[in-house]
Design a protein around this ligand. Structure first.
Ligand SMILES: [Zn+2]
Ligand SMILES: [Zn+2]
Length: 154
């Protein structure tokens, strides 16, 4: 099972035009590391799917900072309408706040988001299980989590 960019020209998450987004969705990934934990990709997934995703900071040593998120629509819309829009605005948002607080020198230079995070699509549960699965990954990655909202107790 692999996480992949869709490479469609209209996709704002993985390909479109500017180098801003290119390279953020890594190709042919079947597993990746968050800190010492190896995470498996559970389905063949690309930007146009929905499900659980994990964004890993490119600057923290040993992949030890990650964001867990879910979307019921598409990964593309979650990123373009959510994280990327926040990245380029004054809005406070976990993915951005991590850079503001932990990588101040880089943050001051207004880096493109693709230079800061790698994104992996990990799983596509049925819609009603999205929040449970998100909580599962948040708990699993708790020491490395940059989410502002902490996982709900189970
Ligand atoms: Zn794409
Ligand atoms: Zn970091």
């Amino acid at each position: 099972m692999q996480s992949n960019p869709c490479k469609k020209p209209e996709c704002d998450l993985c390909e479109k035009g500017s180098a801003t987004h290119r390279g953020m969705v890594r190709a042919n990934v079947s597993s990746f590391k968050v800190g010492p934990k190896r995470m498996e990709v559970k389905r063949d997934l690309k930007c146009s799917n929905y499900g659980i995703y994990i964004a890993v900071c490119k600057k923290c040593p040993n992949n030890k900072a990650a964001y867990v998120g879910q979307t019921g629509t598409t990964f593309t819309s979650r990123w373009t309408d959510g994280h990327m829009q926040a990245w380029n605005s004054v809005k406070e948002e976990a993915i951005k706040t991590h850079y503001k607080e932990k990588h101040q020198e880089i943050y001051k230079k207004n880096p493109v988001i693709a230079a800061c995070y790698s994104v992996y699509f990990v799983e596509k549960p049925i819609h009603q299980n999205l929040s449970d699965r998100e909580t599962y990954y948040m708990n699993k990655l708790k020491p490395y989590l940059i989410n502002i909202q902490q996982p709900k107790p189970q």
